[in-house]
Design a binder for this molecule. Structure first.
Ligand code: APR
Length: 408
């Protein structure tokens, strides 16, 4: 049986895993740490992949979460290009592809999420891509040199950020969104409509209510995207961004409770007290929201990892952060805090026509969320207001002369 005393094994190599190892050392953990990552690269930041990195404005080493020698300096054994395929919770070991077993005293699962596949004919043609990893973007960039007509399937964050980059690069761009508006998962119709117009101004054709039925090709190369109803959209490059699925297979096969993500408590503990989980793969109880949440965000990856590391060091601190997100499209900075689902009133602060405004979402008297477009100060103050549970009235929110800061 492998040595399993005083060693924490972290499975995953994204934002959550990177933060976990940093926080373990920050909390004073002096034992061994082993990080197991499937991709052949050190933990890196994904958000720039669909923005500056795709645009060619950022080099690969600038993506790294920490410089590579951070792991050496902190005595973190890092196993890259390496898949964990099993967990034996009784023996306290993780099995790697190839059969090697690593013992642990504590285990952290930061397995993230994978792209939702588009189950249509032609999805495997050359020129069709998903966008989740640095390798995906390198392959898209290689194709970009010759591609002219770009079709994007999915009008969420990934699809629209890619559309903005492609339009700036002078490509002919079409976005095919299944729902009746853009970014329906996160923003309200007011914000969706603003972004539809912004994309139209940049020459991007947005089709909502689109039902992609097949991808058509010639000689194995994509040529067009076909929609139900017979419409065909010429394409020599297709990017699919139709959401993600939490990676729970490893946790599930080890018998850990999973339900739309690995089920954790407010201390990031799974149903096994020796095992924590953090980031996109988890489903946690949010005291703030009053219900369980599965969040796909950098904020959640970082904040929950700090809690998970503390738990592994027997310093239990509950996770209480308010969720926040962002998306960059053209020169528009979209920043979101809170969760607007279920709002019954929205108040606009600033001028939509000038492209600088915030939307405050209320349910009854309670402020649920704020979406800010190129009003970073509104976003920052809203994060503090929501975090502290300070009451804001619709009148205060809508009055641009009222100093929201004065409520803090
Ligand atoms: N055809 C067209 N659109 C579809 C289809 C389909 N078959 N299926 C889903 N969609 C749409 C959804 O309606 C949604 O608007 O794709 C969009 C997916 O948006 P997101 O859920 O935001 O996912 P995505 O843009 O892929 O981003 C993936 O990366 O940036 C992060 O936070 C983001 O975690 C998310 C992840």
């Amino acid at each position: 049986v492998p040595e399993n005393r005083d060693r924490i094994v972290v499975v995953g190599a994204g934002h959550a895993a990177g933060q976990l190892v940093a926080s373990l050392r920050g909390e004073g953990f002096a034992g061994d740490i082993t990080l197991i990552g499937e991709e052949p690269v050190h933990p890196y930041q994904r958000p720039p992949l669909s923005k500056q990195y795709l645009a060619g404005e950022l080099s690969g080493d600038r993506l790294l979460f920490r410089p590579a020698d951070f792991y050496r300096k902190n005595a973190v054994q890092i196993r890259l290009g390496c898949r964990a395929i099993g967990i034996d919770r009784d023996a306290r070991t993780v099995t790697l592809e190839g059969g090697e077993r690593i013992g642990y005293s504590g285990l952290a699962l930061a397995t993230g999420a994978r792209v939702r596949p588009l189950p249509v004919e032609g999805h495997d043609l050359a020129g069709v891509f998903y966008l989740r990893t640095i390798d995906d973007v390198n392959r898209i960039r290689a194709r970009l040199e010759t591609a002219r007509a770009v079709v994007i399937i999915g009008g969420g964050f990934i699809g629209l950020e890619v559309a903005a980059v492609m339009a700036k690069l002078g490509k002919r761009v079409t976005v095919l969104e299944m729902q009746d508006r853009l970014m329906p998962r996160v923003v309200s119709p007011t914000v969706s409509e603003f972004y539809r117009e912004a994309h139209a101004r940049h020459g991007v054709r947005v089709v909502t209510g689109a039902q992609v039925s097949a991808l058509a090709g010639t000689n194995g190369e994509v040529r067009a995207v076909a929609c139900a109803g017979g419409e065909e959209c010429a394409a020599d490059l297709v990017v699919i961004g139709i959401g993600v699925i939490p990676n729970t297979v490893l946790a599930q096969s080890a018998g850990l409770a999973c339900d739309n993500g690995i089920v954790v408590d407010e201390f990031a503990s799974t149903s096994d007290p020796r095992v924590v989980a953090a980031g996109d793969c988890t489903n946690h109880p949010s005291a703030w929201a009053g219900r369980r949440l599965r969040l796909e965000s950098v904020q959640n990856a970082l904040d929950q990892s700090k809690i998970a590391a503390a738990t592994l060091c027997d310093k239990r601190r509950p996770y209480r952060e308010v969720p926040w997100f962002w998306s960059d499209q053209y020169d528009l900075k979209l920043q979101m805090v809170g969760l607007s689902q279920g709002f019954d009133r929205e108040i606009v602060r600033g001028a939509i026509g000038e492209g600088r405004f915030s939307v405050f979402y209320f349910r009854g008297e309670r402020l649920l969320a704020v979406d800010s477009i190129s009003r970073p100060a509104d976003h920052m103050v809203s994060r503090r207001l929501l975090g502290a549970g300070v009451a804001v009235t619709p009148e205060q929110a809508g009055d641009p002369d009222f100093e929201l800061k004065s409520l803090l």
